[in-house]
Design a protein around this ligand. Structure first.
Ligand code: APR
Ligand code: PHB
Length: 389
């Protein structure tokens, strides 16, 4: 087999990159470990920066997003019964789109199918070769047979546990990591959202988040200790704890129901530098992980794809390799800004086990500052809705 760009991973990053490159006449092959249904069964984030919306429109997958997605002009940060509204339009003139990552991925699969994309599912033993040469190749097994894919470039879109990042020699890589001492227990329920806008709740019992997918599909999270297991939490126990962490006036209106998905996710901040090595370019979770408090995971995957698709198009359509050379630096400058924002939101809103009275007081002052300063709210709005590419 032979192609221009071998894409490892058929999640949002890999599919969006393949879609943008194919629309520009650049050949791709996507190698995905899991079956398509498995990829589409993942429940992930739900907030798109407007820059992500525009890139998805450019990829030709904006129709259902605009039909079923919900533009949001603000969100709330709360602390006990205090509610602070962050007005995105007032703060920075931008908005976000609430539309589930699962739907984004589904739209991309359908668009890729319409383009006749080559997406090989259930591949195993993917290995990257000759990445420092001008003729890299990928080997993999599928349906019991060994395969080789010759290409000009490899896009590592295979997530945090993929093989692309480790294909950069350890002595070349510098990895930055911060692991948070708690997790998020999340549930999905076919109930009306408790509020029309997202609520990020700081509480002495722990953080909570009220989000949604559509008017009859709610997504809620509560901070839990790292050693909690999902089987420790009945639906009733979840609802009771969520109520205690939301402002009283909101909690009184909470409509509960059976969870249709329930899981615990750990929180970490992680960045790998460089994001490129020879003909290998890392995108999305393969290169970095953010705590979900800033809603940046999917948006950073899209951000990387913006920079890499732009660079590959310049190479193929004009023979200019400048942007390919600077891809890692270009992507990282935006990654680190989102990393800082996600860290700051996580630090401000969570109850850190054993945190000092000083730290707790600073958290309160952070929220006071947001409550009393339009400029502070504007900076948060600017980061939440997405900094320019
Ligand atoms: N070979 C082939 N495919 C692989 C391999 C491998 N060795 N390892 C992982 N994959 C696939 C996974 O099955 C997954 O479908 O790569 C894909 C990576 O997708 P994501 O993990 O979703 O990462 P990304 O596309 O960067 O999207 C980031 O997804 O996980 C969320 O919170 C994250 O919202 C963020 C977004
Ligand atoms: C979600 O809806 O799943 C969601 C929304 C905002 C976040 C994290 C998760 O910050």
């Amino acid at each position: 087999m032979q192609t221009d760009v071998a894409i490892i991973g058929g999640g949002p990053a890999g599919l969006l990159l393949s879609q943008l490159l194919m629309k520009a006449g650049i050949r791709t092959v996507v190698l995905e470990r899991k079956p398509r249904d498995y990829v589409l069964s993942r429940i992930r984030a739900g907030v798109l920066e407007w820059g992500s919306v525009e890139l998805l429109e450019e990829a030709g997958v904006g129709d259902r997003m605009h039909k079923e997605g919900q533009p949001h002009h603000g969100c709330y940060l709360t602390s006990d019964d205090r509610m602070i509204r962050i007005d995105f339009l007032e703060g920075c003139g931008k908005q976000v789109m609430v539309y589930g990552q699962t739907e984004v991925t589904r739209d991309l699969y359908e668009a890729q199918e319409a383009l006749g994309a080559t997406i090989l599912h259930e591949v195993d033993d993917v290995a990257l070769h000759d990445l420092q040469s001008e003729a890299p190749f990928v080997t993999f097994t599928r349906e019991g047979a060994q395969h080789r894919l010759d290409c000009a470039y490899v896009a590592g879109c295979d997530g945090f546990h993929g093989i692309s990042r480790p294909s950069i020699p350890a002595e070349v890589r510098q990895e930055f990591e911060k692991v948070y001492p708690f997790g998020w227990l999340g549930i999905l329920s076919r109930t009306p959202p408790v509020h029309e806008e997202l609520i990020y709740a700081n509480h002495t019992r722990g953080f909570a988040l009220a989000s949604m997918r559509n008017p009859m599909l709610s997504r809620y999270y509560i901070q839990v200790p790292l050693n909690d297991r999902v089987e420790d939490w009945s639906d009733d126990a979840f609802w009771e704890e969520l109520r205690r962490r939301l402002p009283t006036e909101v909690a009184e209106t909470l409509v509960t129901g059976p969870s249709i998905e329930k899981s615990i996710a750990p929180l970490r901040s992680f960045v790998c530098e460089p994001m490129q090595w020879g003909r290998l370019f890392l995108c999305g979770d393969a290169a970095h992980i953010v705590p979900p408090t800033g809603a940046k995971g999917l948006n950073l995957a899209v951000s990387d794809v913006f920079y890499l698709s732009r660079a590959l198009k310049a190479q193929y359509n004009g023979g200019d390799g400048t942007l390919l050379t600077s891809y890692g630096a270009d992507a990282l400058q935006r990654v680190w800004k989102a990393m800082r924002f996600s860290w700051s939101m996580t630090t401000m809103l969570h109850d850190f086990p054993g945190q000092s009275a000083f730290d707790r007081r600073v958290q309160r002052v952070e929220l006071d500052t947001l409550a009393n300063s339009a400029a502070a709210r504007g900076i948060l709005a600017e980061n939440y809705t997405g900094l320019p590419y």
